[in-house]
Design a protein around this ligand. Sequence first.
Ligand SMILES: *Cc1c(COP(=O)(O)O)cnc(C)c1O
Length: 436
Amino acid sequence: MSDDVSRALFARAQKRIPGGVNSPVRAFRSVGGEPVFVRKAEGAHIEGADGKRYVDYVGSWGPMILGHAHPKVIDAIVDAARDGTSYGAPTEREVLLAEALCEAVPSMQMVRLTSSGTEACMSALRLARGFTGRSLIVKFQGCYHGHADFLLVKAGSGLATMGVPDSAGVTEAVARATLTAPFNDLAAVKALFDQWGDDIAAVIVEPVVGNMGCVPPAPGFLEGLSALCKSRGALFVIDEVMTGFRLAFGGAQERFGLGPDVADLTTLGKIAGGGMPLGAFGGRADVLSKLAPLGPVYQAGTLSGNPVATAAGLATLALLRDNAAFGQDPYAKLEATGAALEEGLRDAAKSAGVPVTIQRVGSMWTVFFTDAPVRSWDDAARCDTGRFGRFHRAMLQRGVYLPPSQFEAAFHSLAHGSSEVELTVRAAREAFAEAR
Ligand SMILES: *Cc1c(COP(=O)(O)O)cnc(C)c1O
């Protein structure tokens, strides 16, 4: 499916890089093809190694909400780099970004910067354990919080089970400290608290799941989790690495009207770094004050708060607050593009006679190849992944680059306009027919 240049690069890559990629899902294995090697990107488009252009709905898996290579972000990066790329000493931009993040997400009184979302989630949960003096973590089946050992755990069958490692190399002892429950199932979490309440340090959740495809929370689910945590002395951690600055400037917490006392801790990444490596975790000041050097919970990073990454993040956040830059509120524009895409794709599937369920929250969406709503991992697992693979390949052939997995949300950006939507819907009419 990929071009000759990509195919040659992939052959070379596989000799020196395991699977030819530096992050597994890039390998296109679940859609049965080979990856397109990207040589550059601009706005809503990426360009393959052979020069073929694609409308991009991966957006670097979330960060590129402005579109690729926004001139103001690139200028900020270049200007910052000219002053040196890393000092290992504090800078003004770290203060500015910390202030901007806490202003955007009012449940965050203090914040620490990291270099990735993985580090942010891992560190937030270490902090939760250190603060509460408890050892267990509750996560949801199908939610991804980075690749720290204790987070690579999914549930077995049944209502909720003790964790079993999802990856070789994760010891059972580590996995056993992670309890899992089905997403959107408050009763299952209650049952976990009834059994292990005094040992549960934190519950972590993706407020809108992106990592099993786009799955919104049932009304009251997030508030219910928060209340459970409060009544049992555990911390509630909202992982907004994907949703932060994506669903609203203040993330899912703003979009769903969650007050500042709903989340104890929040993790950020992706958009917050404007396409450079950056993550963040923040929350209640009494909790954050337990971090070294103030407190006993150790956390560190050579490149944390990197001067180039903070410049990219600040430039991105400034644009997301600048209605004039997009002729309207950026989030209203994302919503309008999303609605047009959703309607066009639904219509295309219907005329091809292919049963799909399209789920979308703002600029996050998934075409699930199933006729039933997807509320949890078990629902998602019922999708026809073979059909998704055929659809994916047919779209790629027609210049539309979708996430190469049924279980990953697609994103559009502020650079996607009506011509991209039209091209996508036109391609989908044929691709759904081919996937039949
Ligand atoms: C991407 C993601 C992470 C991990 O971030 P990395 O920067 O890839 O380490 C964590 N949580 C969620 C919800 C994510 O989408």
